[in-house]
Design a protein around this ligand. Sequence first.
Ligand code: EPU
Length: 335
Amino acid sequence: MSTEKNISLKAYNTFGIDVRAKEFISVNTRSELKEIVSKSEDFFILSGGSNLLLTRDIDKLVIHLNLKGKEVLKENERSVYVKVQAGENWHEFVVWCLEHDFGGVENLSLIPGNVGTAPMQNIGAYGVELKDFMHELEALEIQSGKIVTFKNKDCQFGYRDSIFKNHAKGKYIITSVTYKLTKHNHKLNTSYGAIQSELERNGVKNPTIKDISKAVIAIRQSKLPDPREIGNSGSFFKNPVISKHQFRQLQHKHPKVPYYIVSETEVKVPAGWLVEQCGFKGRRWGDAGVHKKQALVLVNYGNATGLQIFELSQKIQKEVKERFQIDLEAEVNII
Ligand code: EPU
């Protein structure tokens, strides 16, 4: 373990923001992590950097989680429990599951980021969320230095939300996650319209988990920018939930507004639609912009600063509020 000083974090965040870390250390094992955490007064944990907007230099020690490894803990005829270390890349884990014919994760193909941060925001796409197949996770409790286990229900998962974004925030470092996956008897989720059309287009009648993954990858590639080419953090905002009453007024003015029913009293409206209606889609200010195919994704075309992206996000929030009286909440962690 060696510490580097004053290094750029550009390669460590998918937005590609060039801020500096005062000190930087990459940890490869849980014991290294425990040791460095016990010795450090103040630090910043960096994992896949895929849900992060860095608006300033990090004036402390940055601990880069690089814990690797996957192991099958137990299995029976129908299911398998796989324990994955936090620093494993999410999509590489999905590919590994497909190769082993383990089902559950296929709808979450191509999501940037690492396994350890996936539970924090309960990653989700195309009708599936991580909470649907996560069994438990282990985390280092910073104050006590102990490893604690969180069962699925302890994580208080919600839409892009968990206990780790709320009252457990900053108190734990997730070190590994155990998933319960299916063998042979996969429960396929093709409810999402775009998946159905993509399968039809490919002439697939009885899809396998690999077919679903292929369809999801094609859909994502058609509208979401690849962070290796254009810096971004996926959806920048959460889809807002509004009252049915407010939704009726909105629908009255805009009969074509897309929506998802949340409950008897609440409706979720796609933030991408709201942002597009305000005229932001495809616009660019210097190197900061709004993606041309999906208005929910803010992008860095090269040398935007975190502050420029942040200011753009505020401008969008202001316009959406003025036009629709709806508050957009950032999904990305802004530092
Ligand atoms: N829409 C627009 N304009 C846009 C973008 C979307 O009108 O620029 C409309 C679409 O026409 C569609 C609706 O909004 O009717 C929903 O769009 P889409 O299917 O692209 O999904 P989303 O609600 O914008 C969410 C997730 C994505 C996830 C997709 C698919 C959130 C914040 N985002 O996006 O997650 O991939 O559904 O399940 O819930 C992420 O979290 O980083 C992410 C990419």
